[in-house]
Design a protein around this ligand. Sequence first.
Ligand code: HEC
Length: 305
Amino acid sequence: MKKVILFGMLAVISLFGLQSFGSIGDSNPTIQVDSVCFSRDVLPILNSNCAMSFCHDAISHKGNYILTSYSGISKGVKAGNSTNSSIYKQILNDKMPESPFAKLTATQKTVIKNWIDQGAKNSTCEVTDCDTTNVTFSTIKPIITNNCLGCHNAENASAKIDLSTDKQIDELKEIILCTILHASYCKPMPYNGLSLSNCEQKMIKCWVTLSSTGNIQQGEQIANNFNIRSSNGSESATINFQLDKRQIVAMSLYSYQGRKIRDISKEEYSEGSYELTFPTNNLSVGVYFVRIQAGTSIQSLMFTH
Ligand code: HEC
């Protein structure tokens, strides 16, 4: 019960968060300039600004640099000595990224400099206590900015996806989630075989699940306290809902693109609270919706598997 209340509160908080959209700024609250972690801070900058197609990815490897992994990046770095590290020299005087790609910001340059001067270690800094209780748009925006913006901005919009404004991120959130979960039917991001950390994935999943534009209600409200969670180690999902009156309710499973996958149940229920479990073991990793229908009214809620 406690969980249900918390979930509701989060949904309200996140709706409020959404209303205060502004434009994306250059400042990045989560970048750790003093104590830099390679996989969280350095790799995303170099991957998204230098390792796009035709540049320093594994296929093009211009100048023999592949900037998508620690070993590739280390070739251009003298640990403890940023001044003599070729990668830092190139970005410091704006030789790289080459035009028309945007130069690195002062903060990004400092991150690279500090990482080299701190010994250029292959550090990960994966958080052990990932706290997703207060996730809002401002929590996930820096993750997108760090990891995606270099390849998805107005000038360089890979796959025509531009993530440079809050509004665009919001409008594309289901497909963003699909790509960062490496769902089988979306292109895995942030590209070049990389993944976001577990905690970053959880944060984005939490924000999208609570604020999804697919969480719709058309017509009269059918159910109260409608929620879905994974159960039995992802073998199944459990739906909870509460009905105020006796009615016939049909439930179906949809893909995030809006394609019906299968019916879950259709029954006449009397007033009361219900719990219903359906198998998810044959679903691939990804983003789904459960849609409930009674007469002409529809309610739908997103969940991930
Ligand atoms: C190194 C460059 C690069 C980075 C970094 C990157 N992307 Fe992409 N992205 C691409 C390319 C290239 C494509 C087109 C892929 C294709 O068609 O094979 C793409 C495609 C996409 C698509 C369309 C996927 C689809 O299935 O149609 C989305 C959404 C996306 N990226 C989101 C992201 C997000 C979110 C991040 C950050 C977590 C990110 N990208 C980071 C290069 C990048």
